[in-house]
Design a binder for this molecule. Sequence first.
Ligand SMILES: *Cc1c(COP(=O)(O)O)cnc(C)c1O
Length: 389
Amino acid sequence: MKRSTRLIHLGRPERTGQGPRTVNHPVVRASTVLFDSTAQMADARRRRDTERLFTYGVRGTPTAFALEDVIADLEGGFGAKLYPSGQAAVAGAMLAFLKPGDHVLVTDSVYQPVRRLFARHLEARGIQVDYYRPDGSDIPDLIRPETRLIHAESPGSFTMEMQDIRALADIAHDAGALLSVDNTWASGWAFQPLAHGADLSILAATKYVSGHSDVMMGTVTTTEAHYQTLHDSWLTLGTVVSADDCALALRGVRTLPIRFDAHGRHAMAVANHLAARPEIAAVLYPPRDGDAGHALFTRDFTAAAGLMTVAFQPDIPRARVEAMVDALDLFGIGASWGGFESLALICDLSNRRPDADIRPGTHLRLHIGLEDPDDLIADLDAAMLALGG
Ligand SMILES: *Cc1c(COP(=O)(O)O)cnc(C)c1O
């Protein structure tokens, strides 16, 4: 079966053998699971750490198991665990594999709240962090015997730098470290980090997997070698997700390939249009020919998402860009992305490294939704009148 066919058929009752033969997996809301006898319960308890058994809600419901199977296939991994948000998934991955004394290398282009995770939580518990250049050029200077994990994100948040995941995996493994990749932009559909040597792939399933801006969810998918460690930590921390949210994520993920295709086509039309506008200094969108990350993109990725950043000419004041965003009609002003709707967000790049390769000028992140791109382009053009002041 091809991948898109498996996305339609995995995790459904006729394959899991769970519940009635509805098209969609039933929503199994549960804390307590009842047993016929103490002997049956004792038997389940003996087997529950090595087999996937439905014995108590915190260990996951059949609805969650169905979603785990779909995500593991989407990401090309052995197994996946579910978390209540993308940020919780990053935290869950770190807590599963790090201990006091360990050192972590995190890409300087990382999703910004991950810095807070290290600054406010992990560093206080004896885990050291350094931020490396997204191209990996300074990793040889930063890596230490205690380096346990390298964390990548490709393309990175806001500045959209592509990373060479295969090369990073080799560096990590030569140093006895793991490579984790935040794969939210590609969402498992356009790129599978585990197939390129990574050990952990993390998704904010809040974004394209759910696809409708109404669910918070995160996933960590890993190889057979690391699955038990991930599972044990996930269970110990009690990071459970609701069956209702799993059902929404399952509904979303069925249409991921066709939504992704449309987001990518619409985004390319918008990117090409904006690149020709004199107010725009650069369109940061790796699928586009001429982008700094285009070679890595074409080498590794099979599809384009709808998220890009545009850099305005440096002589345009930020206040004018804000006025332009306020003048947009079809783009929402808000956090997150990956839903069916277009969004605009001015980027805060203030916590990038001082030597980061960031072009001057205000940066605006655009999520290109499923609206007709002609309408989005007309909306952007009209709003750009506000740039003149
Ligand atoms: C949104 C996002 C996250 C966090 O996901 P939440 O579900 O919002 O917590 C993590 N990584 C990337 C790249 C993101 O864009």
